[in-house]
Write a protein that binds this ligand. Sequence first.
Ligand code: FAD
Length: 417
Amino acid sequence: MKNGVVIVGAGHGGVQAAASLREEGYDGPVILLGEEAELPYHKPPLSKTFIKDAEAKPQPLRGEAFYTGNNIDLRAGTLVERIDLAARRLELAGGGALPFDRLVLATGSRPRALPLPGAGLAGVVSLRSLADARVIREVSGRVEDAVIIGGGFIGLEIAATLRAAGRNVTVVEATDRLLGRAVAPVLAAHVHRRLEAMGVQVLTGTTVARLDEEGGHVVAAVLASGKRLPAQLVVIGIGVVPNVELAQAAGLAVANGIKVDPRMRTSAEQILAVGDAVNYRHWFTGADVRLESVQNATDQARLAARTILGHEDTYAAVPWFWSDIGDMKLQMVGLALGGDRHVVTGDAAENRFSVYHYAGDRLIAIESVNRPGDHMLGRKMLGAGFSPAPGLAVAGPEALKAAFAEFQQGNPAAATG
Ligand code: FAD
């Protein structure tokens, strides 16, 4: 393959794809194109540690020496404008073109826009990139009041971080609870209570109607009720949309993400896709999903590299995710979609508990707050296809570990409880 593999998007998926190609023994050209003029960096710290510390540096995904040492041609600051499928060539912003033999799309996602009067004012920002995080850090360092629109993971992480830094913070969520798309109501209610205990004002079932300005800078968020919340910083965090435009314009199949098969191949033979931008039938639930997590992007990238090298294994990674909201480490493993009951173990009053989700008799997901042991055991159990009875989950980690050991020794009757 003389033109080699070109990867579009130098985020979590793209960088892992490049690394895995080399780890798997690919010795042709690997070209990694990223729109941002930065050494590729970890995104999760942006909403957690980076914005609270004026001295914090971005955390590179890999050091510069990694790219040179592995002969990976990283071209930061390169925006791809079009895929010419017939010619197997990319058209770059500024006029250049780049041929490819195989292409990996790792274009990620971008914040969903909120068509709100005032959304374009200074002091109004959505967080996706290091550049956005720098704006939030700079503005939040010199203002008193922040309004976060949207009660999802990123919004709540920012809310807790800014509150800990002494800002007055209000979260405005349109639906009747926080983390609606992501976790069980019991866990969302816990996060809600805990944020309030930290001094964050949480308004659910409420929308922002407009943002008011003075001198081009936001000064207040005005609710649909007419109530005015002072705000010199407004963070809009109402979810993301996948970056599918390149794929769509090239005629690839797209439906809430670039469609890929279990080997990460798109509808065009030479093109694979990974990460936030892709939609696929998940082996775990049988449903079509588009997941937004580091695990999803990196495991898919590893598999895409193997597919390029001719391996035929299919995607079978256990999905997991984490979020740090104030003093809560939230960890999710599995997919709760389709669950019909759950049991809770641990103590919410101590800020340490886990929610085990079942679909019928099958354990499908575990959501934990400050119980990393439950999460790690959960990853192993779900990966092995082990479904302990709910009573065992409630009995606690020691009983679960013992049952799982029985299961691994080929004694499933003793194991499931
Ligand atoms: P990205 O890492 O977003 O990379 C895509 C890259 O492609 C971007 O850099 C973009 O600039 C580039 N690109 C797009 N189009 C083009 C083009 N046409 N030409 C060139 N370059 C292009 N996940 C977790 O599991 N846990 C967390 O705690 C967590 N916290 C997060 C906090 C924040 C603030 C954010 C923003 C995300 C967080 N995530 C977290 C989600 C996680 O970062 C994403 O799921 C992951 O980055 C997806 O990887 P990706 O490679 O698909 O996309």
